[in-house]
Design a protein around this ligand. Structure first.
Ligand SMILES: [Zn+2]
Length: 305
């Protein structure tokens, strides 16, 4: 009698308890997009875990105490429904993401042949740079180094070439994993947000390159600079000048290439600006173009890489 009473009381107290409430924000659920997950837990949990696409995603708490995770849908993700699994304070929730098909344009570019097929004496350099980049992506700062909104590194229009399949001098090469901003040479380049400079060097393909580790697996790579104004190890704030726009590396003319890595997923910087950018969505200088705009191909009038 007594045992039964305790059980029923347990049920009564458990039943009205609030569950995890999970919502997500994204420009689109498609390859190359950043998805901001927001997790509301009934009691303030000390830790929250988020798993999707067969990997764990770093979480953070904002100033109001809400938990978030930035989940990146890699450029090569196949269409289909993927579960995001959230665990907090002994509770679980599943948020399905249905990744829609996205067809990326193909573009034909003509560049110096040595930048399509590096000469044999350059291969060791190219391979060592690729390995160095992988080591950077695999070892992000474990804590969040940014606090404010993300900003555009330059005020100029982006030609939305993210994901484009590039054919260089008639030969297919890896897809384009950044956004190209149509900036004149010499334009100062701002840090899109705070972080630590983990690379400030001339690389074979991306020319003068700066990589900012924003923490929690989020990195910005800024390429083709004419001048680098930071050094590896420097801490930068959002908007600090890290260099100047140029035309170094594999390019057809001056522009800024901004690429974002998120927990090793290759995502469109403009989709990051959409969910965590400074300007209100749909207006202002930080506006992210609509997805239909991003499918416009404006080549070959504009410089790119
Ligand atoms: Zn580019």
């Amino acid at each position: 009698m007594r045992a039964a009473l305790i059980v029923s009381l347990g049920l009564l107290t458990a039943a009205p308890q609030a569950r995890l409430a999970v919502t997500h924000t994204a420009r689109a659920i498609q390859p190359g997009e950043v998805v901001l997950m927001t997790i509301d837990a009934p009691a303030a949990p000390r830790d929250v875990a988020v798993r999707a696409f067969e990997r764990d995603w770093p979480v953070y708490r904002d100033a109001e105490g809400a938990w978030h995770a930035l989940v990146g849908i890699d450029l090569d993700a196949k269409p289909g429904t993927y579960d995001v699994k959230i665990a907090a304070a002994g509770d679980h929730a599943t948020e399905p993401l249905t990744v829609a098909r996205r067809v990326f344009p193909t573009r034909q570019l003509t560049v110096n042949p040595d930048l399509v097929n590096p000469p044999p004496e350059m291969m060791a350099r190219v391979e060592s740079e690729a390995q160095h980049l992988h080591e950077i992506w695999d070892h992000p700062a474990p804590q969040r180094l940014w606090a404010s909104a993300f900003v555009r590194p330059v005020p100029d229009e982006a030609n939305s070439a993210f994901g484009t399949r590039s054919i260089y001098n008639g030969q297919p090469r890896s897809p384009h994993t950044g956004a190209d901003f149509l900036s004149p040479a010499g334009r100062p380049v701002k840090a899109p947000n705070a972080g630590r400079i983990v690379l400030a060097a001339a690389l074979y393909f991306t020319g003068n390159t700066v990589i900012i580790d924003h923490g929690l697996g989020l990195f910005s790579l800024l390429a083709h600079l004419s001048e680098i104004d930071v050094t590896t190890g420097d801490m930068v704030a959002a908007g600090d000048i890290v260099g100047k726009v140029g035309a170094t590396g594999r390019v057809t003319g001056p522009h800024l290439h901004w690429a974002v890595r998120l927990n090793n997923a290759r995502v469109d910087p403009l989709s990051l600006l959409y969910v965590l950018g400074a300007a209100p969505r749909g207006g202002g200088p930080g506006e992210a173009p609509s997805l239909s705009d991003t499918l416009l191909v404006r080549e070959p009038r504009t410089p790119h890489d």
